[in-house]
Design a protein around this ligand. Structure first.
Ligand code: ADP
Ligand code: MG
Ligand code: ZN
Length: 621
């Protein structure tokens, strides 16, 4: 212990000295004195400006009256300075006013400068040599970082409470018990209650797991020790396990308290699979966590909270009773949850009267808390850049699109006019079908301003988060997605690759209708293929085929039939509304974006595209 401490101190000292030397080298006096030729010096003497000249071998330091900064000059070797100056026309009387000091030749100065320059290099080389010998000495804990970092676990006391975590009421309820236990452990122990040891917070990124863990410790008023799973795996072998030991030791000394392990899946994957290099390290760390958890008696009032978005890959040993046996789910917030989170984040920010937070919440299904925080922040930035005093609805809606599509908007002027026209008809086609069908989500707006990889966007969002979708919804949804492609074909007699995103969506919807929802009359209420789906990532991990080649053909036929039927239907719809298609496309080319009211007015013919207000008029302040 002592030896390793002094070794560490030595290393730190070396690093410090090297840093200081580097700093001096870079930031030390760097102003180079100006050089002058001898004839310039002569004329300065003639004007009586020179006070003193220091001569060291051939080098001259010419000190000017009333100036701090001397000039540097050189004289010829072997010729006295005064003779040279007289040769340059300096009068004897003027020269007498200048004090000339002849200094002894220096050899040490150069050497000193050289060493000063080399010092950082030497020190760094020394450090490397030291490290090299250390790691060769067979000591697993290279640098003993694992130990020294222990001092960095300080349990801070978060001021966050449950009020700062909006929505998530169920999770709060479940965690209330943990809070009560941490506040008054004796009460529970006296009754012989088995105390929860580990709580696993499960949910997609940005749903507020870290925030919730802090809120628990804030509510209970106990210290909060946190570490991230990926930190365990960093750097040197053997460090992970020792960090776990240190962490638990610190926590024990500060109980009651909370240990929060973020991203526990980084260390807590199934053991004994894969052949990764850091595999052993991970296993040792995980084992150490398990050992420490088991070592907790009922008298240690420490509760572990871990967070992950991949509960499916965790080692079962972690989830056994007495370990992380409580699971609290932090799901994506629903409509009311998003509304509540908006409230938390707009607090203290000036909102224009036109801002309708209900509508914003409706427009952001799928957003997690972190997205909403980001949305409010982006809106504030937009408003500031436009020199507004408050955040307007337009700022917020633009931020929604930025966040959901990624990347700031590229001006559509960068597209060729032909491409713009195609995109305008494509989006107009989507929008008209969305408007005409009864069972899909209502139209919000349509735009041909490119965002991220999409060239345009027709926004239609549900009135509320839905759990149940009827077959008619899917049928209409497919029609909406086909609107763009059909419009292109109808107007230009040719089709583009711009519809590939739509087509992917259509394929997914129709395949699911046939193989998973049992919505095809021909195939009946049967599921084809067993899907292992990860609920939280919403991603299909694998599909196992459990049907014959013949059935596979039937499924494909049925999928094709549904899409074909929808295609014919959309062709009929758009063909019957060709005039409106032209009008909407024209309006889009002029205005780039149409809100639903403007769209309906043009569609119904109550306003002509030419009568719309000028989109470039300055926004009201
Ligand atoms: P996670 O740990 O699940 O990835 P975080 O706790 O780091 O998510 O959340 C990131 C940020 O998002 C938080 O700091 C907070 O500002 C915001 N946030 C997330 N969920 C909520 C919520 N339910 N209420 C308020 N803010 C939230
Ligand atoms: Mg987090
Ligand atoms: Zn499209």
């Amino acid at each position: 212990m002592n030896a390793s401490w002094s070794r560490n101190a030595f290393v730190y000292l070396l690093i410090l000295v090297a840093a200081a030397a580097l700093f001096l080298n870079i930031y030390g006096p760097t102003e180079k004195p100006q050089t002058k030729s001898l004839s310039e010096v002569a004329s300065l003497i003639g004007k009586g400006e020179v006070e003193r000249i220091d001569v060291q071998e051939e080098e001259l330091r010419v000190v000017i009256r009333g100036s701090e900064q001397p000039y540097i000059s050189r004289k010829e070797e072997g010729i006295p300075l005064t003779r040279t100056l007289q040769g340059l026309g300096v009068e004897q009387a003027k020269l007498a006013n200048v004090k000339i000091n002849v200094l002894p030749p220096s050899s040490s100065g150069n050497w000193f400068a050289l060493i000063l320059n080399m010092l950082p290099l030497l020190l760094i080389a020394g450090l490397f040599l030291f490290l090299f010998r250390q790691s060769q000495s067979g000591n697993n804990q290279a640098l003993s970082f694992g130990k020294s970092k222990a001092r960095m676990f300080t349990g801070d006391r978060p001021t966050i409470t449950f009020d700062d975590v909006a929505g998530s009421d169920e999770a709060k309820q479940e965690l209330q018990e943990v809070v009560e236990f941490l506040k008054e452990p004796q009460k529970f122990v006296a009754l012989g209650a088995r105390i929860p040891k580990g709580v696993l917070l499960v949910g997609p990124p940005g749903t507020g797991k870290t925030l919730m863990a802090k809120a628990v410790s804030g509510e209970a008023g106990v210290p909060f020790f946190s570490i991230s799973g990926s930190e365990f795996v960093e750097m040197f072998v053997g460090v992970g396990a020792s960090r776990v030991r240190d962490l638990f030791e610190q926590a024990r000394r500060n109980s009651p308290c909370i240990i929060f392990v973020d991203e526990i899946d980084a260390v807590g994957r199934y053991r004994g699979t894969g052949m990764g290099g850091s595999h052993d390290e991970r296993e040792q760390t995980l084992n150490q966590i398990l050992v420490e958890m088991d070592g907790f008696g009922t008298d240690t009032n420490v509760i572990l909270i871990a967070a992950t978005n991949r509960p499916d890959i965790l080692d079962p040993a972690l989830l056994r009773p007495g370990r992380f046996d409580r699971r609290v789910t932090m799901d994506r917030p629903d409509l009311s949850g998003r509304r509540a989170i908006l409230d938390v984040h707009v607090k203290g920010k000036p909102l224009a009267p036109d801002v309708d937070l209900d509508l914003i919440a409706r427009q952001t299904p799928g957003f997690v808390g972190a997205d909403i925080e980001n949305l409010v922040n982006e809106s504030a930035i937009l408003a500031a850049r436009r020199n507004r005093r408050s955040i307007t609805m337009a700022d917020m809606e633009e931020s929604i699109e930025r966040i959901s599509m990624g990347g700031p908007e590229r001006r559509s002027r960068l597209m060729s006019s032909k491409e713009r026209e195609i995109v305008a008809y494509h989006e107009a086609g989507h929008a008209i079908v969305v408007h005409l069908v009864k069972n899909a989500d209502p139209l919000r707006k349509v735009t041909i301003v490119p965002r991220g990889t999409a060239l345009g966007l027709t926004l239609y969002v549900p009135e509320a988060d839905r759990m149940l979708y009827p077959r008619s919804y899917f049928i209409d949804r497919v029609a909406c997605a086909l609107g763009g492609r059909v419009a292109e074909e109808l107007v230009f007699g040719d089709i583009t690759n711009g519809a590939s995103g739509d087509i992917k969506q259509i394929t997914q919807i129709v395949r699911s209708m046939v193989t998973r929802y049992g919505m095809s009359d021909k195939m009946g209420p049967l599921q084809f293929g067993r899907q292992n789906e990860n609920v939280f990532l919403g991603r299909e991990i694998s599909e196992q085929r459990d049907y014959s080649e013949e059935v596979a053909e039937q499924v494909d036929d049925e999928v094709r039939r549904i899409v074909h039927e929808a295609y014919e239907r959309v062709r009929g719809l758009l063909g019957a509304h060709r005039d409106q298609l032209d009008a909407i496309a024209k309006a889009l080319l002029e205005r780039e974006t149409l809100l639903v009211d403007e769209f309906v007015a043009i569609f119904d013919g109550t306003i002509s595209p030419d009568d719309l207000p000028d989109p470039l008029a300055p926004a009201p302040a």
